[in-house]
Design a protein around this ligand. Structure first.
Ligand SMILES: O=C(O)CCC(=O)C(=O)O
Length: 250
């Protein structure tokens, strides 16, 4: 499906996010879902990235499967990173021609008790000078509300960076979870949002897994103010256009 880039850019500027319907076909999404589950099964790692602050959001213990840098394990993910259906939207919403990789995260929220994410901005994890940094969440299966779909607070990016817990837990305990609007998505949809947009997600209480791939992108002309996330493989890779600074993301 072709995306109306002007409309997407307008919504992103106003609301801080845009859900692009059908960026991938159902067949492609199903194939990426299969690849994601196979990859996680093959690597068989048992670390769980559930946030400490997420424990208060569910009566029972929740679980999350994840993998950083899936594109270093399976070329199908590398192809998606440079797919113009994705990169053209990323460029349009940032209002720049060049798009650079920051990092990627594969998440599977298991059925019944898939971990939630407390409300937060991504900004404090990797602050940049001009805030031209965003995320694209690829949905490889349907994510209705009961699967713990992503929620956002529309327009929250307009208030800029917020004070975060100095102890290093970057959630926003004073913002009620219910104030964030659920963004149910179908397989193939991609949710784009700025790193200033307050967002989180609920518990997966359904009987099926929720499978997503989060790609964090930025304008290469926007330098980081703090060196964080340096461990992410491929950071600085150009996904669209060129890096006019010659810094390769450094
Ligand atoms: O996948 C989700 O439900 C949200 C992920 C998220 O907010 C994050 O990784 O920062």
């Amino acid at each position: 499906m072709t995306t109306d880039l002007n409309l997407a850019a307008k919504k992103y500027a106003t609301d801080g996010f845009v859900l692009v319907k059908g960026l991938l076909s159902k067949e492609e999404a199903a194939s990426y879902r299969e690849a994601s589950h196979q990859l996680l099964a093959r690597l068989n790692r048992d670390d769980d990235p559930t946030w400490g602050a997420a424990t208060g959001m569910s009566a029972t213990k929740t679980k999350l499967q994840h993998l950083h840098d899936a594109q270093f394990y399976d070329a199908a993910f590398s192809r998606l990173l440079v797919d113009p259906r994705f990169t053209d939207v990323a460029a349009a919403v940032m209002g720049v021609p060049n798009v650079q990789l920051h990092h990627t995260k594969l998440f599977v929220k298991p059925p019944e008790n898939g971990s939630p994410f407390p409300l937060h901005q991504d900004y404090p994890f990797f602050p940049h000078t001009h805030h031209r940094v965003g995320a694209a969440i690829f949905h490889f299966d349907d994510a209705p509300e009961e699967k713990g779909c992503v929620r956002v607070i529309p327009g929250s990016h307009l208030e800029g960076p917020r004070e975060h817990d100095p102890e290093g837990s970057f959630h926003l305990p004073d913002v009620p979870f219910e104030s964030a609007v659920p963004q149910p998505a179908e397989a193939g949809d991609v949710l784009f949002f700025t790193y200033l947009t307050v967002h989180g997600s609920g518990v997966n209480v359904s009987d099926q897994a929720r499978t997503t791939w989060l790609v964090q992108y930025r304008d290469p002309g926007d330098p980081p103010t703090v060196r964080t996330h340096d461990h992410s493989l491929g950071q600085g890779m150009m996904l669209r256009g060129v890096d006019p600074t010659g810094r390769s993301g450094a």
